[in-house]
Every structure is written in structure tokens, then in C-alpha cells.
Design a protein around this ligand. Structure first.
Ligand code: PLP
Length: 425
């Protein structure tokens, strides 16, 4: 089949708009008549800086946040690298704040005294909070345990406990065990493997009227750019590019500037060593990446270019930003879920209705009673119709239709029609 025939529902890397790829293919050979391709130009060149700065500005416009208040960082190491980076940087910020507080409290220049008081605070007060609602937040939680030490990592809730040992439901906020003054509270807004998405920002994490409140971190790898988000409620958002933003190879962090100098500086390696806390690799330090406008080391400008082109296309299609795309995403998801719900004898939607993802639609094919056979047939017949990439994640099986921004409305319609026809056949 040709590109135009296929509707690709893979979970990531996802399909990219064909016109973006055509532009990028040309740029790869010769960027704007320079005789050199975009992957060959120096990341220190003016044209690279322009690509980075435009992508940053367009992201802020599309998601409606202030570039004065938030820094956009292009990172390497994927979403997984951000599991570590978020922990290191926000624990570092916590240590710095405590250090300043202790210096005031002790009112002594005696370093040993300050250090003893700080150690005491770390031992009794350092906590990072994880809300575990699926495979990816579980991985982030485990990474924090591995790097920081389990004694500092608090499990706010494990969604499996409210859904027969499986992910698929978000525990009621009233049961969440939040720490007092955690260095941060972490959640994954859309769980790609399990098809679980927060319907809206958790009430319990909202900032208070006086502006104070928890320091919130979210992984938005698989639903960024698909819905409006209250950016100002977050201290940090991150996402890998390879689903809704662009090609594999970069991750983006949107960080509140109050976590950067001059407001907060990361503690020195010497201090962290004395506190027996981990020292972050330099490529994961937001402060360093911010200071260098994402060019501390060699960055794939090609990947930033693709992301930039996707953003320009989104802004051209939806001049008012993300709301237009959100309406389309909701419509597509509704079509697919409605087709599944119309045949309760043939399909079982995996997550609870209250937490269904609009981006990753996970279901089992129960038609005929033999799920294995039915799913094989479903995958074969859908592939024959050029509806591809529908196999569920290897850890959970089943079917997963990833309804990312690059899936056109007609693509969702085609899938909904197939779901209906397969059930009836
Ligand atoms: N977080 C979410 C929600 C994901 O879906 C993924 C990958 O699919 C990751 C994190 C990990 O990203 P990466 O493979 O870029 O490390």
C-alpha cells in the first residue's frame, strides 16, 4: 500500500502529517537553498537558533502559556529520561529551599551546624509523591525509587487496588495519601498502555487562592497538544515528541521559571554528596539546558524542525490554539467508543468509563468467546483494510487504537465502520 492508503493507529512513534514529512524530506537534502541539509547544519548556527526559538514560541501560543513564566527545554533521553530529570531537578530545588531556610534558622555561619540541620530536614522531611494509574507512572515511580531511594518515595495511590489488580480506573481523590510538603507530586495524564486518562486536572492538586499549593509534575507524552491544559497549575510538564509533536529523538520539558536561577539554583554536587543524595548527570539538569537554550550539547535540530513544522501546521489549522484540535479529538474518540459500545457482545472496553483515554482506545474483542482467535481475526481484517498499528501493548495484549492528532476524522470514521462491520459479520 502507499502512504495515502494507510491509517496508522500505532501508539508511538505515531504517523506524521504527509505534508510535514515532504517539507522535512526536502530540508534534509537542502535547507532553504543553503546546499546543506538540516541534519548537517551546525546546532550552533543562526538557523538552528531560529528553529528552536520559533518552536518554543509556537508551543507557547498553541498551548496558551506565557513564555515569561515558563521555559521550554528540548531534552534528549526520551520520556524515560524525564522520569529521572524531573526527580533530580525538583529534589534539587527542594534541597536548595531547605538549605536557605536552615541558614536563616540556624543564624550561624558554622557550616557543620547548617549541614547537620539540613541533614535532619532531608531525613525527616524529603518526600516525592507518585500517583500510579498505569504502566508509565509505575515506571516513573520505580525510577525515583531506584535513583533516590525508596525511603523518600511515597506512593499516593495505586490504581490497581480499585480495579481487581489491573489498571483501568483512577482512585477517588479522597483516598489519595499525599505527603505534607512533598518536593513534588507526580502523575501521568494519559497512560498510553492502559488507555487511562485523567478527565481533568485533579481537584486536590489545584493551587489555593493565595497561590500556594503542591508542586505538580505531569507526564503528557501521549496527550499533549490534544486538549487544553491549565498550564499554570503545573510546575513541570514533559513529553516525548514521538506521539503528537514530532519524530522520535527529543523530549520537551515546560518548566516554571521559578525553578530556575535567579529564583532557585541547584545544589552543588559537594552538598548533595554530603547529604547522600544523588547527583544528576549534567544533560538532565534543567538549569544547564535552560542557560544554553537547549544547546548544552549537540541537539537533533532535525527533530526540533519537524516538531516546529507540526506546530505551525496546527496553528494554521486552529488559529485559536488547542481548543479546535480538542474538539476534533473528542469527536474521533466518541465515534470509536460508540462503535464499540454498540456491540457489547463483541467488544469489551478495558478502562472504566470515568477514565477512558481519548488518545489510546484500549479494548478486547470478545466476539465468539475465544478472545485470542477473535483478536487475531480483528487484526488481520483491519490490516487488510489498511487500518494498521492496532495491536495492543505487548504487556497487556488486546487492541489499542491510538487516536493521535495525525489521525484524520475520516480515519476514525473508517475504524468505527470496521468495528461495526466486524461485530455484525
Ligand atoms: N510516558 C508515556 C506516557 C509514554 O507513552 C512513553 C512511551 O511510550 C514514555 C513515557 C516513555 O517514553 P520514551 O520511550 O521516549 O522514553
Amino acid at each position: 500500500p502507499s502512504r495515502a492508503d494507510i491509517t496508522y493507529f500505532g501508539a508511538g512513534p505515531a504517523a506524521l502529517p504527509t505534508d510535514v514529512l515532504e517539507t522535512a524530506a526536502q530540508a534534509l537534502l537542502d535547507y532553504q537553498g543553503t546546499g546543506l541539509g538540516i541534519a548537517e547544519h551546525s546546532h550552533r548556527s543562526e538557523l538552528a537558533a531560529k528553529i528552536i526559538n520559533e518552536a518554543k514560541a509556537d508551543l507557547a501560543t498553541y498551548l496558551d502559556f506565557s513564555p515569561e513564566q515558563y521555559e521550554v527545554l528540548f531534552m534528549q533521553g526520551g520520556g524515560t529520561g524525564e522520569f529521572a530529570a524531573s526527580m533530580y531537578n525538583l529534589v534539587g530545588a527542594w534541597v536548595s529551599r531547605q538549605h536557605a531556610a536552615v541558614q536563616k534558622e540556624v543564624q550561624s555561619a558554622d557550616e557543620a551546624q547548617v549541614l547537620a540541620a539540613l541533614r535532619q530536614r532531608v531525613e525527616s522531611g524529603l518526600k516525592v509523591d507518585y500517583i500510579v494509574t498505569g504502566s508509565w507512572s509505575l515506571k516513573a515511580y520505580q525510577e525515583a525509587q531506584r535513583l533516590l531511594g525508596p525511603e523518600y518515595v511515597n506512593l499516593v495511590c495505586d490504581a490497581r487496588t480499585v480495579n481487581d489488580g489491573k489498571f483501568g480506573k483512577i482512585p477517588d481523590e479522597s483516598t489519595w495519601k499525599l505527603s505534607k510538603d512533598a518536593a513534588y507530586v507526580y502523575f501521568c495524564d494519559n497512560e498510553t498502555v492502559d488507555g487511562v486518562e485523567f478527565p481533568s486536572f485533579p481537584k486536590i492538586l489545584e493551587p489555593k487562592e493565595d497561590g500556594t499549593g503542591p508542586i505538580v509534575v505531569a507526564d503528557m507524552s501521549s496527550n499533549i497538544l490534544s486538549r487544553r491544559i491549565p498550564v499554570s497549575n503545573y510546575s513541570l510538564l514533559f513529553f516525548g515528541a514521538q506521539k503528537n509533536l514530532g519524530s522520535t529523538g527529543i523530549a520537551v520539558a515546560i518548566l516554571k521559571k521559578t525553578f530556575l536561577p535567579p529564583t532557585v539554583s541547584q545544589p552543588s554536587p559537594a552538598l548533595l554528596r554530603k547529604l547522600a543524595l544523588p547527583i544528576p548527570p549534567i544533560v538532565l539538569q534543567y538549569e544547564i539546558i535552560a542557560k544554553n537554550n537547549s544547546l548544552y550539547n549537540t541537539l537533533s535540530i532535525f527533530d526540533v524542525y519537524i516538531a516546529g513544522q507540526v506546530l505551525k501546521k496546527l496553528l494554521a489549522t486552529y488559529p485559536n490554539g488547542v481548543d479546535g484540535q480538542q474538539a476534533v479529538a473528542e469527536k474521533k474518540a466518541e465515534l470509536i467508543y460508540a462503535a464499540l459500545e454498540a456491540h457489547p457482545g463483541a467488544y469489551k472496553i478495558v478502562p472504566d468509563k470515568s477514565a477512558r483515554s481519548k488518545m489510546n482506545i484500549c479494548f478486547r474483542v470478545t466476539k465468539g468467546g475465544n478472545v485470542d482467535e477473535a483478536e487475531k481475526a480483528f487484526l488481520k481484517e483491519s490490516t487488510d483494510l489498511n487500518l494498521t498499528g492496532l495491536k495492543g501493548h505487548r504487556s497487556v495484549g488486546g487492541i489499542r487504537a491510538s487516536n493521535y492528532n495525525s489521525i484524520p476524522l475520516e480515519g476514525a470514521e473508517k475504524l468505527a465502520r470496521f468495528i461495526d462491520e466486524f461485530a455484525k459479520a
